[in-house]
Design a protein around this ligand. Structure first.
Ligand SMILES: O=C(O)CCC(=O)C(=O)O
Length: 247
């Protein structure tokens, strides 16, 4: 499935695009099972290939909750299938061309009651490098429903046209953020999503999300894809197209 003209226009105007029901229900159910109780399971035994950053709170009495889990394709076969599925890659190909590599797959569990803010930022602040253009793109897909009540992602439409802005640095997960951290932003648009929906967004659009104080988890997963050879260190696995050899 490729994108319709109006979807392409929406994406280039706003910097993001919601595609409804892209991942089949049966796979979402499988992933929901595979990521059930993920916080408790990872507490007992973190496989060496997985990278975890935990929620940090002032109150040490709160339970340990995962904020970001890198290499999520290794904890869930379903996630591994979605990241290389034609449904997702056909859209990525429409947006960045035929030479596609995986940069990362990351689970964002935003736990019920304890999920914290993701401050306003542009992903290219993390990804930029001398030999890397702002071409990488995210596909965020939803395992649970995401609503304003449980911290759905929010975008500042059109903000990708401003280019990369200066970010502040903090010593925590999501340690690069725009001045003001997560201050009220009148232009921000919350994008609610159902399980199986995917949001595609570019490296320069400003985004963030609120706390989850609700009783509902907001499990989501992002795949970051790169144009192969746009900085080979940020191309972990070629998924489509050719590998261009320099020289
Ligand atoms: O989990 C979220 O709501 C936002 C995640 C995010 O902004 C990111 O991974 O860059």
């Amino acid at each position: 499935m490729s994108l319709m003209n109006r979807e392409m226009e929406f994406y280039s105007e706003n910097g993001y695009l919601l595609k409804k029901h892209l991942v089949p229900t049966s796979i979402i159910e499988q992933i929901a099972k595979e990521t059930d109780q993920i916080h408790e399971r990872m507490l007992d035994n973190i496989p060496s290939s997985i990278g975890i950053s935990w929620e940090e709170y002032d109150d040490p009495g709160k339970p340990k909750r995962i904020r970001q889990l890198m290499h999520s394709e290794l904890v869930s076969d379903g996630i591994n299938r979605v990241l290389r599925s034609d449904e997702v890659l056909d859209i990525i190909e429409t947006l960045i061309g035929p030479n596609i590599s995986l940069y990362h797959s990351k689970l964002l569990p935003k736990s019920a009651y304890y999920g914290t803010i993701t401050p306003w930022h542009q992903d290219y602040s993390y990804w930029k490098g001398a030999d890397n253009q702002p071409l990488m793109i995210n596909c965020m897909f939803f395992i649970d429903a995401a609503t304003t009540g449980n911290g759905c992602i929010q975008f500042v439409p059109g903000s990708h046209k401003k280019g990369l802005l200066d970010h502040d640095h903090g010593n925590h997960s999501f340690g690069l953020y725009l001045p003001g951290f997560f201050e009220e932003c009148d232009e921000a648009v919350p994008v609610e999503a159902e399980p199986g929906d995917c949001i595609f967004f570019g490296p320069l659009v400003i985004h963030g999300s609120n706390t989850n104080k609700s009783p509902y988890h907001r499990r989501a997963n992002t795949f970051a894809y790169n144009v192969t050879n746009n900085n080979p260190r940020q191309c972990r696995e070629v998924l489509r197209g050719t590998v261009l050899i320099d020289g």
